[in-house]
Write a protein that binds this ligand. Structure first.
Ligand SMILES: [Zn+2]
Length: 147
């Protein structure tokens, strides 16, 4: 994405320190309820011996069957939350914040900080260590640059 200052905001590396998401309290409440419902359905399928059938019905026949239950629950969270969150990006040159206008659409509106300049708003509020290694979006882990 090209920022108004001329900088190109890149999001090809994941996780990225200048990319993120926001969610309204209303959507967060719906997301939490929907996620819990999905997890309950999955755990019910596991306990009743329908795990593989449930995975095919939920994610399609190409979804890997050898994932741990924890990995599947994480996928449930990701697929559910993606329907409720807006993407945001922070320009590393001018500090402008770009917020996705509509979920699923590639249109963004921008907000410029009153104090001016890049402050690393997203990266300085990072908590803990990411369990995910940085990787290029859509490219296998082994092809990604080492951190
Ligand atoms: Zn900018």
């Amino acid at each position: 994405m090209k920022c108004k200052c001329g900088n190109i905001i890149s999001n090809i590396v994941f996780p990225c320190s200048t990319e993120g998401s926001i969610i309204s309290q209303q959507n967060e409440e719906v997301l939490e309820r929907e996620f819990v419902t999905e997890v309950k359905a999955f755990l019910s399928a596991v306990s009743s011996g329908r795990r593989d059938k449930w995975l095919v019905a939920k994610f399609g026949k190409d979804y890997p069957k050898d994932l741990s239950d924890a990995d599947i629950i994480l996928d449930l969270y990701t697929t559910t939350s993606d329907r409720y969150k807006l993407s945001i990006a922070e320009c590393e040159k001018c500090g402008r914040i770009w917020i996705q206008e509509t979920i699923g659409k590639n249109r963004y509106c921008s907000f410029s900080p009153d104090q001016g300049g890049y402050t690393g708003l997203l990266s300085r509020n990072r908590q803990g260590n990411s369990s995910r290694s940085p990787k290029l979006k859509g490219i296998e882990q082994s092809d990604a640059p080492k951190p």
